[in-house]
Design a protein around this ligand. Structure first.
Ligand code: NAP
Length: 296
């Protein structure tokens, strides 16, 4: 693929100029923040009419899904396959992904690829393999909770923090970096991350899940940053939350203690509706499953 404008800009800058530019950028960002202009999607006046039109995923679209072998990732794969979408369904262990293999056998539009999102080289190699292919939606779905027992204040398990951050925060932004040209070259141009209402600092009420909640708040910030970064390139960045869903993610006995727990097929369908709603104008939004916007 052709070198991007940013790549060229960077390679034309020597180290000193690059540092000076970075310092200038920091000063500008700080000034904008002080003036109350940073941190949010800019005013609608900046957008052309076509930037406000939601384009749905459908036949002819290509979607790359992480953690596609089970839970919500599998449900996304199943339901996007029903729309005749081409799916690059990634998972850590394709050999053991029997349900996904069966789905792929029944749907010629699904290709399964091995991908561990904590393995940055693995991400780069996969991106290299797909270098010339447009990807309409990059769907960062893979995530871990870290185990409630590892996140009790007074008994915090510190190594688990790093695992949770590697999967839930570093993985998604690295995926966006590695596949940015594929998304930019596509029709829909969407980078979507499955977040959680547990990442909403405003919403949480009981003290728990220190690592998981921090990771989802962090990935929210990554994606808001990225939405601003990619706007000039017309790439749309979005966050979707499924609500508490009956997957392996919520094991018993916790699962049966949540009366409002939702089924994966419903949660995935709700998120797919919200993924379709993203436009350049609302890029960076944090949509809850019911279509409302979650507070940060
Ligand atoms: N279920 C809920 O109530 C709920 C609520 C809010 C948000 N979410 C979010 O929804 C997303 C999907 O969760 P889920 O409910 O479907 O959970 P799940 O059933 O536990 O599935 C998690 C998926 O992530 C994959 N994964 C874990 N570590 C990975 C890694 N290093 N590289 C690649 N894939 C990896 C798993 O693959 P393996 O099979 O190889 O482990 C599996 O496919 C997560 O981001 C989660 O935070 C879930």
């Amino acid at each position: 693929m052709a070198k991007s404008h940013d790549d060229n800009e960077q390679s034309h800058l020597g180290r000193r100029e690059f540092m000076a530019a970075a310092a200038g950028m920091a000063a500008t960002a700080f000034a904008a923040h002080e003036a109350g202009a940073a941190g949010h999607a800019s005013t609608p006046a900046e957008f052309a009419p076509e930037d406000k039109v939601a384009k749905p995923v459908g036949a002819g679209s290509t979607i790359l899904i992480t953690g596609a072998n089970r839970g919500l990732g599998f449900e996304f794969s199943r339901q996007y396959a029903e729309l005749d979408t081409r799916i690059i369904a990634t998972c850590r262990n394709p050999d053991k992904a029997t349900a996904l293999q069966k789905l792929a056998a029944d749907n010629s539009g699904i290709v399964i690829e091995r991908l561990d999102v904590t393995d940055l080289q693995n991400i780069d190699e996969l991106a290299e393999k797909y270098a010339d292919e447009p990807i309409d939606v990059l769907l960062n779905n893979a995530g871990i909770g870290g185990g409630a027992e590892n996140q009790i204040f007074g008994k915090l398990n510190y190594p688990v923090f790093h695992q949770v951050m590697a999967v839930n925060v570093v993985g998604p932004i690295k995926m966006c970096e590695a596949f940015r040209k594929n998304v930019e070259a596509s029709n829909l141009k969407k980078m979507i991350t499955v977040s959680s209402s547990q990442g909403s600092i405003t919403e949480v009420a009981m003290p728990m899940l220190y690592w998981y909640r921090s990771s989802k708040a962090a990935v929210n910030m990554q994606m808001v940053n990225l939405a601003l970064q990619m706007r000039r390139r017309k790439v749309i960045v979005g966050l979707v939350a499924p609500g508490a869903t009956a997957t392996d993610f919520i094991p018993e006995p916790f699962r049966s203690r949540i009366p409002s727990i939702r089924q994966p097929e419903v949660a995935a369908a709700d998120m797919m509706r919200n993924i379709d709603r993203f436009t350049l104008e609302n890029s960076g939004t944090y949509f809850n499953y019911d279509g409302t916007v979650l507070p940060w």
